[in-house]
Design a binder for this molecule. Structure first.
Ligand SMILES: *Cc1c(COP(=O)(O)O)cnc(C)c1O
Length: 225
């Protein structure tokens, strides 16, 4: 199936999941995750009307998005992968939304860059809902303290929360936890759900679903975590 057809199918499934959950379609944003795919694969998806994209590596995004953005001024790019502090400047330059804020040092670096570039960016806190050692993210029980740090020390505007559940787990408890945490802090954005579980995520309150392979097809190159 061509990617544009797969995009349409994902859009329809999002609409159906929203309706089933008694939610409005426009309250759910599809982030098309284009990691490992080049401009030739991305261009038809832009032409089909998709405007919000996700990438998980700064270096990779730097190679393909500046050109695409010159041709399409209304795109919105999200960083959904781990960010090293020394790449904060590039990240603020390239991305409209940084979904993977996970530590105080990075919060300070991003805030400093946003001031320096005079470019405020929306940030989401990544929560490690599965307490996985190898995975980035703040422990759920530390969310309140980290949120306070981001607001009061770094002076960042935090828009919401993001999670990537453990691959071996059923996603529901993780999605429920993330939604509860977001609600308890009155954070409007809840980024959760990928190709295999975005309908479940929508049922449990996702405002942003990050869908890659269901649109672009299977990734040939392994994507860096
Ligand atoms: C790759 C990736 C996705 C998309 O995964 P698919 O299963 O291909 O939809 C979503 N979120 C993050 C953080 C990713 O790295």
């Amino acid at each position: 199936m061509p990617a544009v057809q797969r995009l349409r199918s994902v859009q329809q499934r999002i609409a159906a999941a929203a309706t089933a959950a008694g939610r409005r379609r426009e309250d759910i944003c599809l982030v098309a995750v284009s990691k490992t795919f080049g401009p030739d694969a991305i261009a038809p998806i832009i032409a089909a009307g998709q405007r919000v994209f996700g990438e998980n590596r700064v270096q990779e995004a730097k190679g393909k998005w500046p050109d695409l953005r010159l041709r399409h001024r209304d795109l919105e790019l999200h960083l959904i992968g781990p960010l090293q502090t020394n790449k904060a400047a590039d990240a603020v330059r390239l991305f409209d939304v940084i979904q993977s804020l996970d530590r105080p040092k990075l919060a300070l670096a991003l805030a400093a860059e946003m001031r320096k570039q005079d470019t405020p960016r929306r940030v989401l806190i990544q929560v490690n809902t599965g307490h996985e050692h190898q995975k980035a993210g703040i422990a759920p029980e530390d969310t309140a303290a980290f949120l306070a740090f981001c607001r009061n020390e770094a002076r960042l505007e935090v828009g919401g929360l993001m999670c990537i559940p453990p691959v071996a787990d059923a996603p529901e408890p993780h999605f429920r936890l993330l939604k509860e945490l977001a609600d308890s802090h009155a954070l409007p954005i809840v980024s959760m759900g990928m190709s295999g579980d975005f309908e479940t995520a929508i049922r449990l309150g996702a405002t942003h679903v990050r869908v890659g392979s269901a649109i672009f097809g299977e990734r040939v190159k392994p994507a860096a975590q």
